[in-house]
Design a protein around this ligand. Structure first.
Ligand SMILES: N[C@@H](CCC(=O)N[C@@H](CS)C(=O)NCC(=O)O)C(=O)O
Length: 198
C-alpha cells in the first residue's frame, strides 16, 4: 500500500516530499489540499496533524508525520540522500534547520504574498526581500565552492533548499545576482528530473 501525501501542489514544502518519494521510488498517493481555500484546516488534516498544515503524510501502519524536512529525512533513511558520516549528516541538519528559520520565512512568504495573494510590493514587508536576499547570499558563498550543500553530493538539504529557491523569482528575487545558486538550482532540477521553473 502506498503512503498518502496530503499536499498542495503550489507549496514548496509539499513538493519536497513528492520529489523525495519519486527520486527514491517510494509509492505514494497524493491528496490535493488547497491551502488558499483553507482546506489544511479541515478536521481530516487536523486529525493527522494538530498543527493543521500540509505536508502531512499517512503511513501504511496508520501513523502520521508532519513537517516537510522531518518527512523527507524519514523517507530518505538509509539512502544516499543522508550522509553516513556523522559530521556531514549534522551539516545536512544545519541546512535543514536554517531553511525553516532563515530562508523559507522570507522567500516562501514573499512569493506567497506577491504571486498568490497578488499584493503589490508597496504592501510587502521590506524585511522579506532584505532577509531573503541575505539567505541567497549565504547560499551563494557556500555554493561558489561546492556543487551541492553537503559534502559535494545531493542530499535532503539540496531538495529542501531548492524547493523555494527555484521558485524565488515568483517572489521578486533575482537569481541572476546569485550565479552559483542559479547553477545549483539547475543541477538539482536535473537530478530530480524537473523542468526549469524560470
Ligand atoms: N514548517 C512546516 C510548514 C508547513 C506549512 O506552513 N504549510 C502551509 C503550506 S506551505 C500550510 O499548510 N498552511 C495552512 C494554512 O495556512 O492554513 C513544514 O515544513 O512542513
Amino acid at each position: 500500500m502506498p503512503i498518502t501525501i496530503y499536499g498542495d501542489s503550489i507549496s514548496g514544502n509539499c513538493l519536497k516530499v513528492k520529489w523525495t518519494a519519486e527520486l527514491l521510488g517510494v509509492p505514494y498517493e497524493w491528496i490535493e489540499v488547497d491551502v488558499v481555500k483553507g482546506e489544511a484546516r479541515s478536521d481530516a488534516i487536523r486529525a493527522l496533524n494538530p498543527a493543521a498544515q500540509v505536508p502531512t503524510v499517512l503511513f501504511e501502519d496508520g501513523r502520521a508525520l508532519a513537517q516537510s524536512n522531518a518527512i523527507i529525512v524519514h523517507l530518505a533513511e538509509g539512502s544516499s540522500l543522508i550522509p553516513k558520516d556523522a559530521y556531514w549528516r549534522a551539516k545536512m541538519f544545519e541546512w535543514l534547520f536554517w531553511e525553516q528559520y532563515s530562508h523559507e520565512p522570507y522567500i516562501a512568504v514573499r512569493r506567497f504574498q506577491k504571486h498568490y495573494l497578488g499584493k503589490p510590493d508597496s504592501e510587502l514587508d521590506p524585511k522579506l526581500l532584505e532577509r531573503g536576499e541575505g539567505a541567497l547570499a549565504r547560499m551563494e558563498a557556500w555554493l561558489e565552492a561546492s556543487p551541492y550543500l553537503v559534502n559535494g553530493a545531493l542530499s535532503c538539504a539540496d531538495i529542501s533548499l531548492a524547493a523555494y529557491t527555484r521558485l524565488s523569482h515568483e517572489g521578486g528575487f533575482d537569481l541572476a545576482k546569485f550565479p552559483a545558486v542559479k547553477a545549483w538550482v539547475a543541477r538539482v532540477d536535473a537530478d530530480l528530473g524537473l523542468e526549469p521553473a524560470a
